[in-house]
Write a protein that binds this ligand. Structure first.
Ligand code: MTE
Length: 316
């Protein structure tokens, strides 16, 4: 199982590349100079898009020894976020005016605590963790990203799902004025995704509110997105406004768009090719040569048991 360490158990420099470690120290210094308000309420930093205060109380780093963290510049300028355009550079270019203040999430369906919550209220009870995960896009490129967030399992537990809650459905904001890409019918908006309840509560699944020690950039799914590291990147839905506990497998955007190409499960699997290209290898952004794609994106130990009695060829 994954190894959860308290930050106090290991030095930061042992778990993060020096540049990030240094940036964190700079931030600690800076926040001291800015006074205590920010540390008492890290959410004050959200609107200004500066680093989150007290994070990384737990650090989970399930990544290979030989893997480098993708430069922040690449992870924030080569994006898929069709709400802001379909070219890789569009999300950064066209999301600059996107505001996410007072973000609300509506919780519904099979749970004891439905309602409309401020993002802050949903997240606040839990310690923010840093998780360094591989992100493997279905398009056969990948990155390694240090996310900040809370385990989705903690949030789910606090909402008290009923025994009928077999799946969770997630929806992205639908507002073509604020998300100009939605003026074109590239997908059937809003963007929708879903997970089976055991997948949603797997310890790896993260509700992320930041990356690289800062609040989530708009182009990466501000202010809150899912990170499901053993599945193709499109399962990691951005800018979430609703979470619904449901009995039946929910509709998901890419599956609705082309069921033959994009299954509900979409676990990273080098043995099941996309109908139009191979999934055996991937290009890590920044690398010259392709590398082999790993089953479940390298997280088999943590997640394979959930699919023991499933045929992953037909349930792709
Ligand atoms: N979420 C929404 N709402 N809209 C999108 O277009 N693209 C998905 C996923 N989440 C997408 C989305 C895809 S295809 C990938 S690979 C990842 O976001 C990319 O995340 P990144 O841009 O942070 O690397």
């Amino acid at each position: 199982m994954i190894n959860i360490k308290k930050v106090s158990d290991i030095s930061s420099s042992a778990i993060t590349p020096e540049s990030i470690y240094l940036r964190r120290r700079e931030f600690m210094k800076a926040s001291g100079m800015l006074g205590t308000a920010m540390l008492l309420n890290p959410w004050m930093t959200a609107a200004a898009s500066i680093p989150i205060g007290d994070y990384a109380r737990n650090v989970i780093t399930p990544k290979g020894e030989d893997e480098e963290i993708t430069p922040e510049e690449d992870a924030t300028s080569y994006n898929n976020f069709y709400e802001f355009g379909t070219d890789k550079g569009d999300p950064k270019k066209y999301s600059t005016k996107f505001t996410t203040d007072d973000w609300k999430i509506t919780v519904g369906g099979e749970c004891a605590k439905p309602g409309t919550y401020s993002l802050e209220d949903l997240i606040k009870p839990f310690a923010i963790e840093e998780r360094v995960y591989r992100l493997r896009c279905v398009e056969a490129w990948s990155m390694v990203i240090p996310w900040l967030g809370v385990p989705l399992a903690s949030i789910i537990e606090s909402l008290e799902p009923t025994s009928k809650a077999k799946y969770i459905a997630f929806t992205t904001l639908h507002d073509p004025q604020r998300m100009p890409g939605q003026k074109r019918s590239v997908l059937d908006w809003p963007y929708r995704e879903g997970l089976r309840i055991d997948e949603a509560t797997n310890p790896l699944t993260l509700l992320a509110i930041g990356m690289y020690g800062k609040t989530m950039p708009n182009q990466n799914g501000a202010p809150v997105r899912l990170v499901v590291p053993w599945k193709y990147g499109f399962k990691s839905i951005k800018s979430i406004v609703s979470i619904d506990f449901v009995e039946q497998q929910p509709l998901t955007s890419w599956n609705m768009s082309s069921a033959r190409e994009y299954g509900f499960y979409s676990n990273v699997n080098p043995t099941v090719n996309h109908p139009r290209w191979s999934q055996k290898k991937e290009r890590r952004i920044g690398d010259l040569f392709k590398r082999p794609t790993l089953m479940f994106n390298g997280y088999a130990e943590e997640v394979a048991h959930m699919y023991d009695d499933m045929d992953l060829r037909s349930n792709y």
